[in-house]
Design a protein around this ligand. Structure first.
Ligand code: HEM
Ligand SMILES: [Cu+2]
Length: 602
């Protein structure tokens, strides 16, 4: 039954993917009349003329670098409206699609988080039942990591990397489109559990009890994002297999886009290695990590699916080993955290110099530390397994490497601080978020070093302390870098300035929110409160309520951010120069992507 349902859903998704592919092919310039391409360039909403760089056609028939402006593209050779977005192979369009997808996932995963925080407001299991709570933290983790984090970075990379390295487009524009569109069925598969749950309740309430009950029987998965065996094999829910298939699909998509990034940097780069910017270095390293980490996750997922559905015993107590899953999972899982953090580190390294008015201090060392993190991140996975009873000698070596990996991270922090130290710091919106990101990263990183020490981890493993640790990095540095990027490149994409006052409000709400939400978790963890429970002893109620308050502030901040993006699009000051952040004057920090703006350079 499980397998039939899962196979059916997969078939549907493959069919949908084929449709998109077909549409892409139909719309490709080699098929449609090439003469249809207008060379006049698009007119911007604010009246500016866009200079159209009509590059040579891609060797594979993909479109030349052109347009991709949020405004005004309808007058270029591209099809208008929905067809344009469904069939585009332009790196900027695909970048925007990724970013929109990531924003939706961020809101969805954020809703899960708010639902959890509502449950945790009081000690008893009161608002949702235990199973729903378990499903919430499972889907929150999966959504934020695989449907928000990775796609958001792929979006920024798609839009910016070709511009920064002087490439016309990504190396394989069509594969680029496919990699994005595979994420849509991945999302449908991964979030099908919660969808069926909600729909089931709606049907039951609406009088269609039989149909509703059937849907409700498909309870959402509740294994945690780590799918630990034997639970994830034994749990008798078809949705677990469905989510695993979705995760697998997202892995395929991520790997395809990583290959594309690597090929683009190697084959399409017009700048020398010496002049390659720091963001592209981190995207390149990240893509390398993806290439080794995700296929391994894919294999592990297939083994788990076989165990669940066809009776193999890879991870069974008798025959295989449940610990094997943890080894495979964390061999992927630890690099994954650096897959998520390296490009944000690249954004912070790229942006801090711009608002400090001087070059990045020790550029070479920031690059070396990126590469060092890339290599070391494959040698620390068992620090997630200190409490599983693995050989103590192995444990010690993993502890040593885990502490060592903090060194290149610290190198970056020192370089960021030193860059600001003697600089003329301007606290524009992007810089606020960069500085905030550095601050939260210091807290997240230092708490990680404690976890890497075996005796400390034996006490803190699987407590709220761990949740506090990684959220300071994930909600701190990673989403801060993402927010910084949305403000910084807003004038480039939209042609308007983002509102500064709203950005400051967003920053204050989010920063205070993070400290209030995740600080108390570290205290509760040290007092021994385990993670992943819907109920907790009454003595923790005060701290839990502070954490919930923090989460509400983060949610409010997010609303302000969205409002800013929409409102500035409608009413923001139009950009009238090719250097909207005034970078030429202040330390000669303007970079190539701004050449896309259609203004004369004097
Ligand atoms: C300074 C370097 C870091 C060190 C030494 C470190 C160390 C650790 C250790 C030892 C654990 C396992 C704790 C336990 O479960 O008992 C852990 C958990 C975790 N860390 Fe870090 N960490 C570092 C940086 C990061 C970064 C950069 C990220 C994210 C981008 C991150 C994300 C996570 C996550 C998601 C978990 C929890 C996994 C789970 O059980 O669900 N860490 N960290
Ligand atoms: Cu780790």
């Amino acid at each position: 039954m499980t397998l039939v349902g899962a196979a059916g859903l997969t078939a549907l998704c493959v069919a949908a993917a084929c449709l998109v592919l077909y549409a892409t092919w139909r719309a490709s310039p080699s098929r449609s009349a090439r003469s249809a391409r207008s060379t006049t360039g698009a007119t911007r909403a604010d009246g500016g003329e866009r200079t159209n760089t009509n590059g040579p056609p891609e060797p594979d028939g993909g479109e030349p670098a052109d347009s991709g402006y949020l405004l005004g593209t309808s007058e270029s050779h591209k099809r208008g409206g929905v067809t344009r977005w469904l069939t585009t192979v332009d790196h900027k369009d695909i970048g925007l699609l990724y970013l929109a997808f990531a924003a939706v996932a961020f809101l969805w995963g954020g809703t899960d988080a708010m639902m959890m925080r509502t449950e945790l407001y009081d000690p008893a299991v009161s608002v949702w039942d235990e199973h729903t709570y378990n499903a919430l933290f499972t889907m929150h983790g999966l959504t934020m990591l695989f449907l928000f984090g990775t796609p958001a970075l792929a979006g920024l990379g798609n839009y910016l990397l070709p511009l920064l390295i002087g490439a016309d487009d990504m190396a394989f524009p069509r594969i680029n489109a496919i990699a994005f569109w595979l994420l849509v069925p991945a999302l449908v598969l991964m979030r099908a559990g919660l969808l069926s749950d909600v729909l089931g309740h709606v049907f039951v309430a609406g009088g269609l009890a039989a149909l509703g009950e059937q849907l409700l029987a498909l309870a959402p998965p509740a294994t945690g994002w780590t799918f630990y065996t034997p639970l994830s094999v034994q749990i008798d829910l078809p949705t677990v297999s469905v989510v695993l298939l979705g995760l697998h699909l997202s892995g395929v998509a991520t790997t395809m886009s990583a290959i594309n990034f690597i090929a683009t940097v190697f084959a399409e780069r017009e700048v020398s290695w010496k002049n390659l910017d720091i963001f592209s270095w981190t995207m390149l390293t990240q893509s390398g990590l993806i290439l080794f980490a995700f296929p391994l996750l894919g294999s592990a997922i297939v083994m788990l699916l076989l165990d669940r559905n066809l009776g193999t015993t890879f991870f069974a107590l008798e025959g295989g080993s449940p610990i094997l899953w943890q080894h495979l999972f964390w061999f992927f899982g630890h690099p994954e955290v650096y897959i998520l953090v390296l490009p944000p580190m690249g954004i912070v390294s790229l942006l801090i110099p711009k608002f400090a008015g001087r070059k990045l201090f020790g550029f070479k060392f920031v690059v070396y530390s990126t590469l060092a993190i890339g290599v070391l991140s494959f040698g620390v996975w068992a620090h997630h397994m200190f409490t599983t009873g693995i050989d103590p000698r192995l444990r010690a070596s993993f502890m040593a490497v885990s502490i060592a990996i903090a060194v290149p991270s610290a190198v970056k922090v020192f370089n960021w601080i030193t860059t600001m130290w003697n600089g003329r710091v301007r606290l524009a919106a992007p810089m606020l978020f960069c500085v905030g990101g550095v601050g939260t990263f210091i807290v997240g990183g230092v708490t990680g070093i404690f976890l890497a020490a075996i005796p400390v981890d034996l006490l803190l493993h699987d407590t709220y302390y761990v949740v506090g640790h990684f959220h300071f990095i994930i909600m701190g540095l990673i989403s801060f870098a993402f927010f910084a990027a949305t403000y910084y490149w807003y004038p480039l994409v939209v042609g308007k300035h983002p509102n500064h006052a709203l950005a400051v409000a967003h920053f204050v709400l989010t920063t205070v929110g993070i400290v209030l939400a995740f600080g108390p978790m570290m205290i509760m963890g040290q007092e021994g409160l385990p993670r992943r429970y819907a109920a907790y002893p009454a003595e923790f109620a005060g701290l839990q309520q502070v954490a919930t308050l923090g989460a509400v502030l983060i949610a409010l901040g997010t609303v302000v951010w969205l409002f800013n993006l929409v409102q500035s699009y409608r009413m923001g000051d139009p950009v009238t120069t090719d250097d909207p952040w005034d970078l030429r004057e202040r330390g000669d920090q303007r970079t190539a992507e701004w050449d896309e703006l259609p203004y004369s350079r004097d």
